[in-house]
Ligand binder design. Structure first.
Ligand code: SAM
Length: 338
């Protein structure tokens, strides 16, 4: 098992096991005459299929359960989940201390609702905060303190992975780079460092841009900030749009409409760079991508995807020549051009 490195990561994993216990997953599997499919488990335990699939995927990634491909299923088809023989989750082997996204104090609030999100198959922001589930950032930014905590967490990821992402592909042909939902500008700064002859800017929600300028600016900052909403209205013109940890937040149709907008806005030869923790095609790992995917259902409206999922989205939006780079770190890069 690869992956968990911080105390928060380990607590997240424990929470997944507790949720599975509370839902009765282990009792059901132990009492079954053979392996059961995720769909079957969801049906028996009256949960959403999507929520149960993500929970079981994470348990397989943690080596608590084993998976057996159902007879006649090819790769990528839904496998049957098998029972682990009371195995203990293996010790983590991560070498770098890196926080998982969404593992601030919020994790514990949200994780109290792991069981209900699994049953209902969507985030529990209404139950937890009385806020609309389809606008998850209302919950993330429910107070300035929470917003700054989240922004700090986002910022810290790129200290470790930013350079690998910026250089995953040679992006020097893109003169004007806009990081949509670029938050504190941490990744944009890595882009500006790697491509000094390109101009790099960030677009984010007005309150986030104000906080980024107030609390996260750097001396001689060469990153420019724009306030706006990438779903509403126009986005600034660019040769390359960066969407780092954006697509995984939103449901398919919202991602598609945003990507189509970018396709219509950029010139031929322009591109889009997605940055996400990519699942394996089999969805059997990496563990932290499985956990992020579970978290995207707990807190957001989205999911992590394997390379084929991003390729399909990008192709459907009109982009082509999709290239995928697994960086070997927590986040990977996917480049496509118009
Ligand atoms: N890209 C940054 C990174 O990887 O560190 C931040 C990723 S964070 C998961 C999502 C970002 O999208 C947040 O900064 C959030 O404020 C921004 N965001 C959410 N909805 C937005 C919208 N409608 N328009 C612009 N930005 C938005």
């Amino acid at each position: 098992m690869e992956g968990p490195s911080s105390l928060n990561d380990h607590l997240l994993l424990l929470q997944v096991i507790f949720s599975a216990c509370e839902l009765g997953v282990f009792d059901l599997l132990l009492g079954a005459p053979g392996p059961l499919s995720a769909r079957h488990v969801a049906h028996e335990l009256r949960t959403s299929v999507d929520g149960m699939e993500r929970l079981l995927d994470a348990l397989v990634g943690m080596e608590v359960l084993e998976v057996e491909p159902a007879e006649g299923t090819g790769e990528g088809e839904e496998p049957a989940e098998g029972t682990g023989e009371g195995e203990e989750p293996a010790e983590g082997t991560g070498e770098e201390e890196e926080p998982a996204e969404g593992t601030g104090d919020d994790t514990y609030i949200y994780n109290n609702h792991h069981v209900s999100f699994c049953r209902e198959g969507r985030n529990q922001n209404e139950k937890t905060f009385g806020l609309q589930p389809e606008d998850p950032f209302q919950a993330v930014y429910r107070s300035e303190e929470e917003m700054l905590k989240f922004m700090g967490l986002m910022d810290s990821s790129w200290i470790l992975d930013g350079h690998d992402i910026a250089t995953a592909f040679d992006l020097s042909c893109f003169q004007k780079i806009v990081d949509l939902g670029g938050c504190t500008g941490a990744l944009a700064r890595e882009m500006a460092k790697a491509y000094p002859s390109s101009s790099v800017s960030v677009l984010d929600l007005p309150t986030v841009v104000d906080a980024a300028k107030k609390y996260f600016s750097r001396e001689n900052d060469d990153v420019v900030f724009h306030s706006g909403d990438f779903f509403l209205g126009d986005v600034p013109p660019a040769d390359l749009y960066v969407l780092a940890r954006i697509v995984h937040d939103w449901p398919e149709e919202k991602c598609l409409s945003l990507l189509r907008k970018l396709h219509d806005t950029c010139r031929p030869g322009g591109g889009v760079l997605l940055v996400e923790a990519m699942l394996l095609e089999t969805r059997r790992g990496p563990l932290m991508a499985q956990i992020f995917s579970l978290n995207m259902l707990v807190q957001m409206e989205g999911r992590e995807r394997p390379p084929s999922g991003y390729t399909r989205l990008l192709n459907d939006a009109g982009f082509h020549d999709v290239q995928v780079c697994r960086t070997g770190k927590s986040y990977d890069a996917i480049l496509a051009v118009r």
